[in-house]
Design a protein around this ligand. Structure first.
Ligand code: PAF
Length: 282
């Protein structure tokens, strides 16, 4: 696997692959890779494309009191995992390469960015949209892969791609989970043993709630029960919300629905989500 840190070298390599007729797939990441990221690389490989993974801990998507400084950085291990998974190129620019002096543009996607994590983490999705727009400009992929754990992020990126005619196909890959159901996340390493045991309450509460809503129980009281269960497990809940799976606006039983949650276990903020079956599908 090639590792490239400069935009000119990246452009040359991608142009060479295009000249030989290859399609280019991009898997954007912030590193600290786990099996969830590798599932994205594998999904890309199945399309028979050249696969580029990016590792860039994007300062613009962290709030002032968030974990930018302590976000795990371990490029050598990540590079070995990417090589083993058959990734062709690691794009690992420094912050100055991504945001040179004078950088002054922000991509802001209204609507889908506003609620949920957008409300709990002001500016977060502007940072995500800006860096993903830049990655798409740099790598010029035909197709890009994102994990469904970050469900709102995928909705924001789809909206941006459609609105700005970016011509990149966006593929969401199902969340990878530990044996007990906890969604894999680079932030799980912050949890101590007790917190890790308690954290399974998040996927469990979402599963219980999704089944109850699918059976036709009142969504508001089901969501309230989920919050009570999460609090009892030691979580401080940011939100549990049932939304339309495409618009992330108000849910209706005759359209695909998704239940999303964010909650803090100590200093660690975890997110998860689950599809909610329609009436008679559960
Ligand atoms: O999901 C992530 O890891 C990041 O938000 C992304 C898409 C790589 C942008 O920095």
């Amino acid at each position: 696997m090639l590792t490239i840190r400069r935009r000119d070298a990246l452009r040359e390599q991608v142009a060479a692959w295009r000249a030989e007729g290859s399609r280019i797939a991009l898997v954007p990441t912030m590193g600290a890779l786990h099996a969830g990221h590798i599932a994205l690389i594998e999904a890309a490989k199945r399309q028979g494309t050249r696969v580029v993974a990016s590792i860039f801990v994007n300062p613009k998507q962290f709030g002032p009191n968030e974990d930018l400084a302590r976000y795990p950085r371990r490029e050598a291990t990540d590079a070995r995992m990417l090589t083993d998974a058959g990734c062709d190129l690691l794009w690992a620019p420094a912050v100055e390469e991504m945001y040179p002096d004078g950088f002054a543009t922000t991509v802001s996607v209204s609507g889908v960015s506003d609620g949920l994590d957008g409300a709990s983490r002001p500016g977060h999705f502007d940072g995500v949209a800006t860096v993903v727009a830049k990655l798409f400009g740099q790598v010029a992929p035909d197709i890009a892969y994102f994990g469904e754990k970050d469900f709102q992020q995928i909705a924001v990126i789809r909206r941006m791609v459609a609105d700005l005619d970016m011509g990149v196909e966006i593929v969401g890959v199902p969340t990878q989970r530990d044996d007990d159901g906890l969604a894999l996340s680079s932030r799980n390493i912050y949890l101590d043993d007790d917190q890790r045991r308690q954290a399974v309450a998040l996927p469990r509460a979402l599963g219980v709630a999704a089944r109850a809503i699918a059976r036709g129980e009142d969504a508001a009281s089901v969501v309230n029960d989920a919050i009570v269960a999460l609090n009892a497990a030691g979580f401080a809940v940011d939100y549990v919300e049932l939304v339309d799976a495409e618009t992330l606006g108000p849910a209706s039983p005759d359209r695909p629905r998704r239940l999303l949650a964010a909650a803090r276990m100590g200093a660690t903020r975890l997110i998860d989500n689950i599809a909610v079956a329609g009436p008679g599908q559960g």
